[in-house]
Design a protein around this ligand. Structure first.
Ligand code: ZN
Length: 459
């Protein structure tokens, strides 16, 4: 019995773990590598296994760094079932074709500029994936192959997200492997808190924020109120919020609702200008069964208070362009979260030269993105071929992370009744995973290993 770390090893993208359990072979996740050019080149490398020989795939959640290479896997001969929650299936049906589309655009641009870029798959190949998904419920064990039992548990990270409990039996001997996927931070809106486990012989744990703790949510919301007061009431300008279409947009709208209910913000006019965010908001609303208690109560409220934000969803490009006529006192929420694509770039181009504008960053801004340049205080930025002066204000809110922080990860480990025989830290940058391994050793006296890309370990 062995595992090969085919991604998310000493980095945060490309989650893919290959299990060889004697009679069967399978993957947990098949994610895309994202970020720097060198990392993205890995998306075209041959798989470290034969897709034809895989019996099945377990998909923990819809984020592209966990699901994004499924189209290539299927195109290269994987014909088996992909086990995922129904919400995850609905979400990848939107996200995978969108990823293929973005790659196509990038490929065309590279061709024009003489760069090298090859899409990992086509839109048709992405559209074929949801047909291979078999949906499973949380907390319900199933047997995808002889000697393998799997149970998905709520990971509390995004809608439909799961961690996987896997029991592998060989020659009368059973070992329990747990793959954490991405674990959510407890107390976040809409989704429930992560489920906990008491036992694991082998544990693969994410470590994205293994070296630090998030700022408390209430402090972040206080800051948001301050920013909105200054932007909308004092400066009477526009507020532009770049937001990821999946998860972050829905959470942000939830917080705006909450703050309005508490009377802390008033008369908000919000335009959600991202067709994908709109579609994902609809998918979210179709999966009320996954909501936490507070979100369920609000969704079922017969008479919502009258002072909630007025939220408009724009569809066509014409509607989006018509937003240029707004001169102040309103908010536009648009993708992409790091401003490197999507409609938000048009709004930034239009509004950044105006000193009354406020841009509110609510997500991580990777190095090299337009979002990062704005956060770093650039005076001029290049958007859609033009140099745009930055005269507006750029505010950054750091407390909205969808990942468990160090304390939450340690608390989650604390539910185990005894140490796992093998603990692997994955899905974390190299130094962060190493720091977290040291912290685990101090706090729990457990040994953790940080595997390398391509490393194979006997279980
Ligand atoms: Zn994720």
């Amino acid at each position: 019995m062995q595992i090969t770390f085919c991604g998310a090893a000493r980095e945060v993208t490309g989650s893919c773990f290959h299990f060889d359990a004697g009679a069967s072979r399978f993957l947990v996740d098949c994610g895309m590598f994202q970020g720097a050019r060198m990392t993205r080149a890995l998306n075209l490398d041959p798989f470290r296994f034969d897709p034809h020989r895989l019996d099945f795939v377990v998909l923990t959640h819809a984020h592209i760094d966990h699901s994004g290479l499924l189209p290539r896997l299927c195109a290269e001969g994987f014909r088996g079932p992909i086990y995922a929650t129904a919400a995850t299936r609905d979400l990848i049906a939107v996200l995978l074709p969108d990823s293929a589309h973005l790659q196509k655009v990038e490929e065309e641009r590279a061709l024009r500029h003489g760069h090298d870029y090859t899409a990992a798959y086509t839109i048709e190949q992405a559209n074929a994936v949801p047909g291979q998904v078999r949906t499973v419920d949380y907390d319900t064990a199933f047997e995808p192959a002889r000697g393998v039992r799997v149970c998905l548990r709520d990971a509390g990270h995004i809608l439909g997200s799961a961690f996987a409990e896997v029991w592998l039996s060989e020659a009368g001997h059973t070992r329990k492997v747990v793959v954490s996927g991405d674990l959510g931070q407890p107390g976040r809106p809409i989704v429930r808190d992560p489920a906990v486990i008491a036992e694991a012989d082998v544990l693969l744990l994410e470590s994205t924020y293994g070296n630090r703790n998030h700022k408390p949510l209430n402090e972040t919301l206080d800051e948001l109120v301050g920013i909105l007061d200054s932007a909308l009431l004092e400066r009477r300008g526009m507020v532009i919020v770049p937001a990821f279409a999946l998860g972050r947009t829905q959470e942000f709208l939830y917080y705006l609702n909450q703050l309005s209910r508490q009377g802390r913000v008033r008369d908000l006019e919000v335009f959600v200008d991202s067709p994908m965010a709109t579609e994902i908001t609809h998918i979210t609303a179709r999966h009320l069964e996954l909501f936490d208690a507070e979100a369920t109560r609000l969704a079922n409220e017969a008479h919502p208070p009258p002072n909630l934000p007025r939220i408009h969803y724009t569809g066509s490009v014409q509607e989006s362009m018509a937003l240029n006529r707004l001169s102040g006192g309103a908010m536009i929420v648009a993708a992409s979260g790091m401003c490197d694509g999507g409609r938000v770039r048009h709004h930034l181009k239009h509004h950044l030269p105006n000193p009354r504008t406020t841009v509110v960053m609510i997500g991580f801004q990777a190095a090299g993105t337009l979002g990062r340049r704005l956060v770093d205080g650039a005076q001029t930025v290049r958007i859609l071929g033009d140099d745009v002066p930055v005269r507006g204000r750029v505010a950054t809110l750091g407390g909205f992370s969808a990942h468990a922080d160090q304390s939450a990860l340690l608390a989650w480990l604390g539910h185990l009744r005894k140490p796992p025989r093998q603990l692997f830290l994955v899905h974390g940058e190299e130094n962060i995973a190493a720091e977290f391994a040291t912290r685990i050793e101090e706090a729990l006296r457990w040994k953790a290993h940080v595997p390398q890309l391509g490393e194979t370990v006997r279980l």
